[in-house]
Every structure is written in structure tokens, then in C-alpha cells.
Design a protein around this ligand. Structure first.
Ligand code: GLU
Length: 291
């Protein structure tokens, strides 16, 4: 019996790729007589819009996907995320970071080697990890904008080697160090994706995480947080991404292929569901499938 979830960010309208993600999670829950949860990942105030939340619920209902229980809005759980940060801070596992993006780029370039994390961002060189408690206090008192970073080295010293279970593959070794000291709270949002997603999967009892293969590397970071916090590890099933004919993955910013457009063009929910599942068939973990 699986508890699964669909966890979109309301930054645009859902497209066929989201339909595949939602259907996969929904089917796995229903097949196992489990629970399918809907979680709205709306922690980024600059990009998320309530109307997209409203529209995506309408799209899911149109597709015939029903969810169990209350919809969890991440923006309503900021106190939970702050609590996790405080627990990590009490153990000396996080630190405030005052660096700007430009400063980080300058520093990584100056160091000669510019290692990049999966996804392409430069690995944080650890500048603010070295600040003394006095320097930190002075900058906080001065009101300098700050993010909060995980001290990955210290964290891995506690967790030791980690792995996650990828369905159909078995245990996969994690290499979270390739992300460096990840951000757990941003300057403009008091919690980051990694923090919220692991907290919520644990609090909501999610036992099977189905999501796009683009997020598979992030699972390594999620295992670190789960282990530090004593949260259970779900099983993971990363699925392939649908792409356009040019091989680019579908994005919300492209108007084409949104579920709304398909509906307006007269496609039935059954046709859209069939298209999403057919295009996604056999795409487990593969980079994509042409539309
Ligand atoms: N909110 C993420 C997205 O829209 C998905 C998070 C997850 O499944 O872990 O891509």
C-alpha cells in the first residue's frame, strides 16, 4: 500500500509532462489501495501564483485524478521548515551565508577550478563557513541579507555513506558532496526546495516518490536531510521526461501542450491520459521521449 504525491509548483499551467507525473503517482497509489496526495510547492513568492494553483486543481479534476485528504500548501508550513532549520542549527550543521551570486562566481573562477553541481550551478566555495561567530553576528546585526547553507562535510561526517532505493534497480549509492553546501533557506524565501520536500514527504508519510528523472540527483541531498532528521526513506521511482520534437523537455513557459490548450482543442481527458501514459511508457529513468 503506497502513499504517493504529485507536488507541482504553481508557476504556470500544467502540460503533458505533468499529466504523466500526476498519473504515475495516482495510479501507483490506486493500484496498491494506497493514498494519492496533492501538494502545492509554493514557497517561491516571486514565481508562484494562486491562480495557477486553482487552474491545476481544475486540470487534475478534468483528467479524472482525485486526491486524498487536504491539499498541502507549503506556504502555510513555514514554521515547520523554520523548526527543522533550528534543529540543524542547534547541532552546528548549518550556517548563514551572505554571499551574492556574483561573489560566488568571482570566487570560484579565481580559484582556478570551477566545479559545478548537477544542474550547472557552481559549487559554493565555502566562504561563509569560515566566518567567525563574531563576524556572523555583526553581519546579522547589520541586516545583511542571508541564506542558510548546510555544512555538507559536517553532515556527511554524521550520516556516513548513504544510498537510496530506486524501484527496479535496488540500492543506489549517493554522492551528495557533489552539491557542496546546499542552500536550505534562501535570501528571498525562508525555505528551499530540498528542505521542504524532505520535510513534507516525511510528515505526510509518503512511501513512494515518483518524479521526473531530472530530480534524481537531488535525491542524494534528500537522503542527507532524511538521515540527519531521523526521517524514513521513501522508495524512489524516477520516470523519463517528455520532450518536444527538438528534444527539449516540456516547460510551463511554452504555451504548447498545456492541458488547458488540449482541452480547448477538444481532446477528451481519456485521450490526454492515454497520450501521456503512452509517451511515458518504458521511459523509466531515460532522458526523454519525443512528442
Ligand atoms: N515541485 C517540484 C516540481 O514541480 C517537484 C518536487 C518533487 O517531486 O520532488 O518540479
Amino acid at each position: 500500500m503506497h502513499t504517493t504525491r504529485f507536488a507541482p509548483s504553481p508557476t504556470g499551467h500544467l502540460h503533458l509532462g505533468h499529466a504523466l507525473a500526476a498519473l504515475t503517482a495516482w495510479r501507483r497509489a490506486r493500484e496498491s489501495d494506497g493514498r494519492f496526495l496533492l501538494r502545492i510547492e509554493d514557497i517561491d513568492p516571486g514565481r508562484c501564483r494562486p491562480e495557477y494553483t486553482r487552474d491545476l486543481m481544475e486540470d487534475l479534476a478534468w483528467l479524472g485524478l482525485d486526491w486524498d485528504g487536504e491539499v498541502r500548501m507549503q506556504s502555510e508550513h513555514m514554521a515547520d521548515y523554520a523548526g527543522v532549520l533550528a534543529a540543524l542549527a542547534a547541532r552546528g550543521l548549518v550556517y548563514p551565508c551572505f554571499c551574492t551570486r556574483t561573489e560566488i562566481e568571482r570566487e570560484t573562477t579565481a580559484s582556478g577550478s570551477a566545479p559545478h553541481a548537477p544542474g550547472g550551478a557552481p559549487i559554493y566555495p565555502g566562504t561563509c563557513r569560515a566566518l567567525s561567530p563574531r563576524e556572523r553576528e555583526a553581519r546579522i546585526a547589520h541586516g545583511d541579507p542571508r541564506a542558510v547553507r548546510l555544512d555538507m562535510g559536517a553532515a556527511l561526517g554524521i550520516t556516513g555513506p548513504l544510498w537510496f532505493i530506486e524501484e527496479g534497480e535496488g540500492p543506489r549509492a549517493c554522492a551528495p558532496e557533489r552539491f557542496g553546501d546546499v542552500v536550505l533557506a534562501r535570501k528571498d524565501a525562508p525555505a528551499s526546495y530540498h528542505l521542504c520536500v524532505t520535510n513534507d514527504d516525511a510528515q505526510q508519510g509518503v512511501s513512494l516518490v515518483t518524479r521526473g528523472v531530472d530530480l534524481r540527483p537531488a535525491t542524494d541531498v534528500h537522503r542527507v536531510l532524511q538521515t540527519l532528521m531521523g526521517w524514513p526513506a521513501p522508495i524512489y521511482a524516477h520516470h523519463g521526461l517528455l520532450t518536444d520534437p527538438a528534444g527539449r523537455r516540456l516547460a510551463k513557459r511554452d504555451r504548447a501542450q498545456t492541458l488547458r490548450d488540449m482541452r480547448v482543442r477538444g481532446l477528451s481527458p481519456e485521450q490526454v491520459r492515454a497520450a501521456a501514459m503512452m509517451l511515458g511508457l518504458g521511459k523509466s529513468g531515460s532522458p526523454g521521449c519525443e512528442l
